[in-house]
Design a protein around this ligand. Structure first.
Ligand SMILES: CC[C@@H](C(=O)O)C(=O)SCCNC(=O)CCNC(=O)[C@H](O)C(C)(C)COP(=O)(O)OP(=O)(O)OC[C@H]1O[C@@H](n2cnc3c(N)ncnc32)[C@H](O)[C@@H]1OP(=O)(O)O
Ligand code: CO
Length: 133
């Protein structure tokens, strides 16, 4: 694991939360992206070498819609930057973690991503991401 790549925050309304985080961080989002396969629309803020990813649901089946319905808005996942996501998935499986998608999928911001079930990581959803070069 190289560093924390981003912290994902589940929000009800992206526009409203963009204004809050723009005030908080003193800079506007550098990117907006919809990821249809995850049922989310996102915005990204730089914070030093790390990022904040705001996520709003685009449909009721979205993991973000389900999360907000159960727990309300707030931190949804922590994403780690990895050098080789395939090797990292194999290593973490071997260590007994529950990998939700063994085949990496296309995430936002030019990344391949995979998730670990929060039940195997002390209640925290973990995302692995590798930059697509
Ligand atoms: C934008 C793309 C990408 C990026 O590039 O950065 C993203 O970040 S996409 C983010 C959205 N996508 C995902 O979250 C994909 C991975 N998540 C999942 O596969 C599911 O959400 C899940 C984690 C397997 C849960 O799904 P499911 O079992 O259908 O939902 P339940 O609502 O029944 O939850 C079961 C259980 O898990 C707890 N839970 C759910 N989400 C989280 C979470 N984010 N953090 C901590 N805990 C979570 C939920 O509360 C339930 O617990 P119990 O009630 O105690 O059983
Ligand atoms: Co993410």
């Amino acid at each position: 694991m190289k560093k924390i790549e981003h912290i994902g925050i589940a929000v009800n309304d992206l526009e409203t939360s963009n204004l809050i985080f723009e005030k908080l961080l003193g800079a506007a989002p550098y990117k907006f992206e919809e990821v249809e396969s995850e049922g989310v629309t996102t915005s990204f803020f730089n914070v030093g070498p790390n990022k904040i990813e705001l996520l709003a649901a685009t449909n009721t089946d979205s993991p973000i819609a389900k999360f907000i319905a159960k727990k309300g808005e707030g931190i949804h996942h922590i994403a780690f930057d990895v050098e080789d996501i395939v090797l990292e998935i194999a290593r973490l499986k071997e260590e007994g973690f529950v990998v939700l998608n063994e085949v990496p999928k296309k995430g936002a911001d030019n990344k391949l991503v995979a998730f670990l079930h929060p039940k195997s990581t002390n209640g925290v959803l973990i995302e692995l991401c590798q930059e697509i070069r």
